[in-house]
Design a protein around this ligand. Structure first.
Ligand code: ZN
Length: 182
């Protein structure tokens, strides 16, 4: 089922999400809906708070990008970053902040402990776009958005766009849920 994406000023995006205790039918269904909603919006990563669930769960699929065609979709539950290496700058965007892009500096690669879609514990090393998406999505689980990580100068450039999103003016090619604080 395609779920509407929560937008910038929604408080679910600012909460620290709760760990999962296991994977039941309901979570399996949510994971399926998250993949469907992400692909419908042409996204490469999606965290549960972006569909209104404050849970430590994210999905990603970068196989639409060139050089990543063989990369398998991933379900990441209760992630812990154990180590990071290097750093690089990349332009990011976010389905919850439509129409806004900006350069973010993050570690280039990481070691991650997490649980997969069967709630099996996994340990993995990730780099390139996969490491980038994992870090962006883990930020969502901690109530952080990529715009929080922009340099002041870059953030000033998008103030108008953020104010518009906060006031409920959203131009997105996918279903969204907007909650306007009055
Ligand atoms: Zn995002």
């Amino acid at each position: 089922m395609i779920l509407p994406i929560t937008i910038y000023s929604d408080d679910v995006l600012r909460r620290k999400a709760k760990p999962l205790k296991g994977v039941d039918g309901e979570i399996e269904e949510l994971v399926g809906s998250m993949f469907e909603s992400m692909r419908n919006a042409s996204g490469i990563g999606l965290a549960a708070p972006q569909v209104g669930h404050s849970l430590r769960l994210l999905v990603l699929d970068v196989s639409s990008l060139s050089n990543y065609e063989n990369e398998k979709p991933m379900v990441v539950i209760n992630p812990h970053i154990l180590a990071v290496r290097g750093s690089n700058e990349m332009e990011e965007g976010c389905l919850s902040v439509p129409g806004v892009q900006g350069d973010v500096v993050r570690p280039a690669s990481l070691t991650l402990k997490y649980r997969d879609e069967h709630f099996e514990e996994r340990l993995g090393d990730f780099s390139g776009m996969v490491a980038r998406v994992i870090q962006h999505e883990i930020d969502h689980l901690n109530g952080t958005l990529f715009v929080d990580r922009l340099e002041k100068r870059d953030r000033r450039k998008i103030q108008k766009e953020l104010a518009a999103l906060a006031s409920g003016v959203v131009n997105a090619a996918y279903p969204v849920v907007t909650r306007v604080l009055l």
